[in-house]
Design a binder for this molecule. Structure first.
Ligand code: 2M8
Length: 725
């Protein structure tokens, strides 16, 4: 792990430590002095990477305050900390409700039910998962009661979508989405209970918090609930705010999936959560989708219509797997538009909580525009679920750098990253810990599969020794081969996501056709390739395809690392010579310079393949050569005529992706290993810096590099060798 991550991990753990109250964790040192429902879930997830007892205690403490009807309260008040927050138990008066627990002080609303997700994570991350089983057995019925409560009391049409009845229940308190229903509440100051806000007494700038008008409406709703003794039926009859929110329902849907898996672990019947998950996913797809806008919206149950306001919550059905493939593509386009800070746009951090193109977008105000780590964290999981790995990586880049550069704040300015709200915010720390763990997950040593393959693979594998030869004139072979590679790209490569559909490709006629043409390479003379551009395109495309060919033919499952010396052992016979993937990369395309992992140049002094060496080296090839792994550049096809432009585009895309992190506050640049392995191709360290500077689009990052080039330190990011499938 890079040292910088280790340092910040330690800081994150300290924050959780100092916010620990003895039985749970406060969200923030002073602004939020009690236990909050969904905060505890996120906190437990982060902490579970290094501790099991406390996350268990965190969740159990929360559930000790569960209402007897199953509702899990938004806040469990710490009796020793009363007097610094509004509203507190004296205002909620939950004792009016027969379901409220005695001996516990709680609010009278709930929050997005992340708890089952957290419980599953605690189990998965435990060093001794078996020891966690008794906890699973204890907590499972409570989780089930919570979900049953939501479907019983909050889903009046029994359609699989539950409503929230207060903006605080959404967790995204002053989201612009709520403006529409809240606007309809006319406030009569005379009859509104008197109250004093306490949130502005903690040194937080009032302009980054909700307005007084919003607070009046929050209070109006709480007053309504307590006047009917928290009777859900009566609330439903009179409450002007009943909303089916995509965020809340997506979390519920995703939490049902965790419940199913927990049920299976402890041998309980999983049918109930399974059918809830299905029903909610279908309802989200059907009822909350806005076809024209290509986005999920909240549904106002009072007005019976969609609230056409687009916030980050609209992407979260991805997290629940509740999205049809066509809807996922539309969401992805939306996410990559200026509205939510396009990838490589270079002038903002992703993802702002509200569409940046809207008049009411506010880069610093609470849930009206800044970035919140928990929302983006859930979105990265959703994007991975749908295969948008490159975008997920890029969001992770933003998430990792925000606390490092700007501190462990509650939320961050979406244009310049400034931290707002409370410092030392617990879920920012916890999810940072989770992200760093995820980032380094693939560093774990690989097991038995690799050893099995090793035993099988003793020598070289010549991939193009099939009997069937192409029925074409050898002069046409290069053109036909390139055409066939382009067809593979069009059909099986997802250039957006940087992924290859190896499964689909394996038995396809296109791949069979390619393999026959590859057999024809045995009679091909590379000397017939004319001009540098033709050679660059031919060898680059051939390198990328020999890797794909080898992944398929050797049955690679998870990573090319399963095959010892993969790049040296897989070969094509071309004319009278053999070329491994390494020969193509280091021998031809890198001008036969010695590879960083090998004592000699690959083509010795008398090797006839030296005639094919391409010099000078164009370092941009490193962003076009694809080694079948996630940290490589995204795979594509390179056209002889346009290859210089295409290499430029590939370099630009890579330099502005998650593989290059510029951290001005640390005086550091974190780089892909590619820049270390091939430093000399760029002209040494200085050349690497010039190269990055030339392709970087973010003006501030460019300025920082220009002004600090002499003292900049490089650190290198872990290279992810997982298969790009
Ligand atoms: C914020 O909400 C509370 C009310 O629940 C508040 O503003 O006083 C929200 O950001 C919410 O999502 C969060 O759970 C809570 C504590 O961090 O603070």
């Amino acid at each position: 792990m890079s040292r910088i991550f280790a340092d910040y991990m330690a800081r994150a753990r300290n924050i959780l430590e100092s916010n620990w109250t003895g039985s749970s964790t406060k969200p923030a040192p002073s602004l939020y002095p009690h236990q909050w429902n969904w905060d505890s879930g996120f906190i437990a997830i982060g902490r579970s990477h290094y501790d099991t007892a406390r996350p268990i205690q965190e969740i159990e403490t929360l559930f000790e305050a569960q209402w007897s009807n199953g509702m899990l309260p938004q806040i469990v008040f710490n009796p020793k900390e009363l007097g610094h927050y509004f509203p507190e138990p004296d205002f909620w008066q939950t004792e009016r409700c027969p379901y409220a627990p005695s001996g516990k002080l709680t609010s009278g609303i709930t929050m997005p039910p992340v708890q089952a997700i957290a419980v599953e994570k605690i189990y998965q991350n435990a060093s001794r998962p078996r020891a966690v089983r008794p906890f699973l057995e204890r907590i499972y019925p409570r989780l089930l009661e919570l979900h049953a409560y939501l479907y019983r009391e909050r889903d009046p049409h029994q359609e699989g979508l539950v409503y929230i009845r207060h903006p605080w229940e959404s967790g995204i308190d002053n989201s612009p989405t709520w403006d529409v229903p809240l606007k309809k509440i006319a406030i009569d100051k005379e009859s509104l209970p008197k109250y004093t806000r306490r949130d502005l007494e903690h040194g937080v700038d009032p302009t980054v918090r909700p307005s007084d008008d919003e607070y009046d409406r929050y209070v109006f709703l709480v007053d309504l609930f307590r006047r009917v003794d928290y009777d859900e039926f009566r609330i439903r009859e009179s409450c002007p705010f009943l909303v089916q929110d995509p965020l809340f329902n997506s979390i519920l849907c995703r939490a049902n999936e965790s419940l199913v898996r927990i049920a299976e672990i402890i041998g309980e019947p999983p049918e109930a959560p399974h059918s809830w998950a299905k029903k909610t996913a279908e309802a989200i797809q059907r009822k909350l989708w806005h076809e024209e806008h290509g986005m999920f919206d909240a549904h106002d149950l009072v007005a019976e219509k969609l609230i056409e306001v687009h916030t980050a919550a609209g992407f979260l059905p991805l997290y629940a797997g509740a999205v049809k493939p066509k809807q996922a593509d539309r969401l992805y386009d939306r996410l990559n538009s200026a509205s939510f800070c396009a990838l490589h746009q270079g002038n903002c951090f992703t993802i702002p909580n509200y569409d940046t193109q809207m008049e009411g977008f506010d880069r610093s105000n609470y849930w009206r525009g800044p970035i919140w780590i928990n929302i983006t964290w859930m979105l990265t999981h959703g994007l991975r679920r749908y295969g948008y790995t490159v975008k997920a990586d890029s969001l992770q880049k933003d998430l990792l750098q925000l606390p490092i550069r700007f501190g462990f704040h509650e939320y961050f300015d979406s244009l310049d990253g400034t931290g707002y709200g409370s410092e030392d915010f617990s879920w920012t720390a916890a999810l940072f810990i989770d992200l760093v763990h995820e980032f380094y997950e693939s560093e774990k040593p690989r097991g038995t599969f690799a050893r099995r393959i090793k035993a099988l693979l003793t020598g070289d594998t010549i991939l193009n020794d099939g009997r069937e030869m192409p029925d074409i004139n050898p002069d046409r072979l290069a053109a036909e081969l390139m055409y066939s590679i382009r067809r593979l790209r069009d059909k099986f490569y997802d250039t957006h996501r940087g992924m290859v559909d190896y499964e689909g490709l394996k038995d396809s006629p296109e791949f069979q056709g390619y393999r026959i043409l590859a057999n024809g390479l045995r009679e091909f003379r590379p000397s017939c390739l004319m001009g540098r551009k033709a050679k660059l395109a031919f060898w680059t495309n051939l390198y990328n395809t020999i890797v794909v060919d080898a992944v398929v033919m050797l049955g690679v499952k998870e990573s090319v690392k399963e095959v010892p010396e993969f790049f040296r052992k897989v070969k094509y016979a071309i004319g009278p010579h053999l070329f491994s993937a390494d020969d193509i990369e280091h021998g031809i395309l890198r001008g036969n310079v010695r590879p960083w992992f090998y004592p000699f140049r690959l083509f010795g002094p008398r090797d006839p393949r030296r005639a094919m060496i391409l010099t000078p080296v164009d370092p941009r090839i490193h962003f076009a050569l694809v080694c079948g792994s996630r940290s490589c550049a995204p795979i594509d096809y390179y056209d002889e005529e346009r290859i210089y432009d295409e290499l430029g585009a590939a370099a630009k895309s890579f330099v502005n992706s998650s593989e290059v992190l510029v951290l001005p506050e640390e005086g550091k640049v974190l780089l892909s290993e590619i820049f270390r392995w091939y430093e000399r191709d760029f002209g040494g360290k200085g050349g690497v810096l010039d190269f990055i500077f030339d392709y970087l689009v973010d003006e501030k990052e460019r300025r920082f590099i220009r002004e600090n080039s002499a003292n900049l330190r490089f650190e290198y990011l872990h290279y992810d060798w997982n298969l790009n499938r």
